[in-house]
Design a protein around this ligand. Structure first.
Ligand code: CTP
Length: 437
């Protein structure tokens, strides 16, 4: 795709990967984009102003206090000019500043004033990358709508192996051109394809109360389901989000959020809305068991073991599958630790699902507590545009009913939500075509 006429700010912070950004700038300029470069003072320890200036064919912005040439506030004029900002490499320091709203150099100030799409390509040592503070900051940025270009696993500048190196310039370039392409398509296609559809989404963990101070819970943050709800609302759906305890806020203010605590609460709210929902996505990590009795007072410590008697919670997805009509589309999730595909296939069939999103805890970066996820999707036979038959042994007899499967790369959860919503759209549309007279 040509980038002719596109104005891109390339932000560079102080990491060794800054040398690769020279190739990225070259790729942008070669493909017709106008590029203006904003650097932190530390970035200039790794690349020179002269190289950046020569490749971008523009002056470099390295200070908010530099001499005024055109009598405009430079970082504001820049943000008005640009269509997009790409920060590569984004160090732990600049990610921290972006996440907390600190503006003490040209790059962080420009970022704060920029209200258009921003992509960041993190680059740092693997231990820094995995540090909870950095992960928290990345999560904050994702929740603010910043696109992250995930660090691949590989050899780092320090010589060790791990996650944290900056993605290659060609890959970053592909992501950016892909994004512009999607925007162009969105301009021509109906922007709200889910308009008129009511969607019920469950998200987050459930808390099962033991006594006034304790509960049984799980590590789900709710991020995956909240991103799905936002994505569906962005595409025009009327979304009801039934959410267990989660501190994450929905970005799209049209999402009607019903906060619940226990599996029983979630079940009750889902039952109220399911009948009128066209599409239901159950991504919540619902507790399977709850204490048989809730102690009215705090359970005191004794010398012997404590035995808690648990009873099964309602299987919300199972109930919805049993009660769904042929016009309703039902999506379930499965988080598995072993025999992933067999278990997922069984769940798809036994719970009468149209589609199942599988994540395995064996995949690095997938599941709970990560801002990323790696999924596969299983489709009921005849649903969607899935590619590979799961039971690819033969396609005769009983195996004609085998589900089909699609695998996806490790991505941040906002992008995973886009993939899931894309597949729901394709499946719902194809079944609408099949059933129409
Ligand atoms: N689910 C639900 N109600 C429950 C338990 C799970 O609606 N009480 C939904 C989840 O939201 C998810 C799907 O069921 O969409 C699968 O959840 P999972 O825990 O993987 O499966 P279970 O059916 O609970 O089976 P198991 O834990 O034995 O794997």
């Amino acid at each position: 795709m040509s980038l002719a006429g596109k104005n891109i700010i390339v932000g560079i912070s102080g990491g060794i990967a800054a040398y690769k950004t020279l190739s990225l700038i070259r790729l942008f300029v070669k493909n017709g984009a106008n590029v203006k470069v904003v650097v932190t003072p530390n970035a200039l320890n790794f690349v020179t102003k002269l190289s950046l200036q020569t490749l971008s064919k523009n002056k470099i912005y390295d200070s908010v206090f530099s001499e005024i040439n055109d009598y405009s506030t430079e970082h504001i004029a820049l943000t008005d000019w640009a269509d997009m900002m790409v920060v590569a490499p984004a160090t732990a320091n600049i990610i921290g500043k972006f996440a907390t709203g600190i503006a003490d150099d040209a790059l962080s100030t420009t970022f704060l004033a920029f209200d258009k799409p921003v992509f960041i390509a993190p680059a740092m040592n693997n231990k820094m990358y995995e540090n909870p503070a950095v992960q928290r900051n990345l999560q904050t940025l994702i929740e603010c709508g910043i696109h992250t270009i995930e660090s691949p696993i590989g050899e780092l500048a320090c010589g060790c192996e791990g996650k944290g190196r900056m993605e290659e310039p060609e890959v970053i370039f592909e992501r950016i051109t892909g994004f512009f392409l999607t925007l162009e398509h969105a301009d021509h296609a109906p922007t709200k394809p889910f308009c008129g559809k009511k969607v019920l989404v469950t998200a987050g963990p459930t808390y099962e109360v033991i006594d006034p101070v304790r509960f049984i819970g799980n590590h789900s943050s709710g991020l995956m389901g909240i991103c799905i709800a936002d994505e569906l609302a962005d595409r025009g759906a009327e979304v009801i989000l039934v959410c267990g305890p989660s501190v994450i806020k929905s970005k799209n203010s049209s999402v009607k959020r019903m906060d619940v605590v226990s599996a029983k609460d979630m079940f009750d709210v889902c039952k109220q809305h399911f009948e009128t929902a066209d599409i239901t996505v159950c991504s919540a990590a619902v507790a399977d068991y709850t204490p048989k009795q809730i102690a009215s007072q705090k359970i005191k410590k004794k010398d012997n073991d404590l035995v808690l008697k648990l009873t099964k919670t309602p299987d919300i997805l199972g109930y919805l599958g049993e009660h769904k009509t042929s016009e309703q589309f039902l999506v379930g999730f499965a988080l598995e630790t072993e025999n992933e595909f067999q278990n997922a296939e069984t769940k798809l069939k036994s719970k009468h699902l149209d589609m199942l999103v599988l994540n395995s805890l064996n995949d690095e970066g997938a599941g709970f507590g990560h801002i990323t996820n790696k999924i596969s999707m299983l489709f009921k036979q005849g649903t969607g545009c899935a590619s590979t038959p799961l039971s690819a042994r033969t396609l005769s007899g009983a195996e004609m009913s085998a589900p089909t499967i699609k695998h996806f790369e490790l991505k941040n959860k906002m992008d995973v939500a886009k993939d899931i919503v894309d597949e729901i759209f394709k499946a719902v549309m194809s079944s609408a075509v099949e059933t129409s007279p």
